[in-house]
Write a protein that binds this ligand. Structure first.
Ligand code: FE2
Length: 287
């Protein structure tokens, strides 16, 4: 591993935000009050902290849906969900969310919106009902994973391109789907798209684009492509780049979707676990 590098904020900024680092490479807990968060006064500094740390945790902040929507809007352009809702109910219970089947892919490392030209910038999740076991949400910092690769490795990887598809995630949770199921999944997604392996952000930093939508590296043999995608996912999700959030009802967690991957750890689909999500529009295309 190259010498460890971690983006750092000045101590004074962290003091103002009442924030503490969770670990060297990922995550900060923010202890501002609900009123302070809703005022919007700290939104710029929080956004900067989010981009540096990947994940912000607001412990037991107990947002109502209206407050979560208002908080989300302090950061900029609010995005509606696919079906037009302001708040998406994340559950594997089909009685609550008809799209529950599609969420099975959320148990595997991914970036939201890899099929869109500009993925959402950030997501905000609040816990409403816990699962008795499992059901953590885990994050890894794909900026830090890139920055800590060996320089020779970086040179080999820059310029590579990867084919992504939403339907590829089906094979993670159902290795032998029926043909009808495959056709159904292919009709839900937006086909296939080619993305760079290394995202050159306009801030000057770079991050890895990986996850369960990544199908193959363009121009590589199946064997070499699979080895590379698994090696990099394994690297990016090492403990030093990863944070696993164990939920309490009332916690809110926000993550930078452009500089992280995330997943849920397995839980009983019928246990009632429920999270409410709001999202912020992205304006940075994959480049
Ligand atoms: Fe997701």
């Amino acid at each position: 591993m190259a010498s460890a590098t971690a983006a750092k904020l000045q101590a004074t900024d962290l003091d103002e935000l009442k924030a503490t680092d969770i670990s060297l490479f990922i995550g900060s807990r923010v202890h501002l009050t609900k009123e302070e968060l809703l005022s919007g006064r700290y939104a710029g500094a929080l956004r900067e902290l989010l981009e540096r740390r990947g994940v912000l945790v607001f412990p037991l902040i107990r947002f109502t849906d209206e407050e979560q929507i208002a908080f989300t809007k302090t950061f900029g352009a609010f995005a509606h969900e696919l079906r037009g809702e302001e708040v998406f109910r994340i559950t594997l219970d089909k009685g609550v969310n008809a799209a529950a089947e599609y969420l099975k892919g959320s148990l595997y490392w991914h970036i939201d919106g890899t099929m869109n030209p500009a993925p959402i910038f950030a997501s905000i999740l609040s816990s409403k009902v816990l699962s008795p076991s499992g059901g953590n949400t885990e994050f890894c910092n794909t900026y830090a994973a890139w920055e800590n690769l060996e320089e020779d490795d970086k040179k080999r990887l820059e310029g590579l391109r990867v084919m992504h598809s939403a339907w590829n995630s089906l094979f993670y949770y159902e290795p032998e789907p029926s043909y009808a199921k495959l056709e159904e999944m292919m009709s839900l997604g937006k086909g296939e798209t080619e993305l760079p392996l290394v995202w050159k952000h306009r801030c000057g930093r770079k991050s890895l684009i990986l996850g369960c939508t990544a199908h193959h590296v363009i121009g590589m043999s199946a064997r070499e492509s699979t080895k590379l995608l698994v090696r990099l996912r394994d690297w990016a999700t090492r403990p030093q780049f990863t944070y696993s959030h164990k939920w309490r009802v009332g916690d809110t967690v926000m993550w930078d979707n452009t500089g992280t991957m995330h997943r849920a750890t397995p839980y009983d689909p019928s246990c009632g676990r429920l999270l409410h999500r709001t999202i912020l529009q992205g304006d940075e295309p994959f480049t």
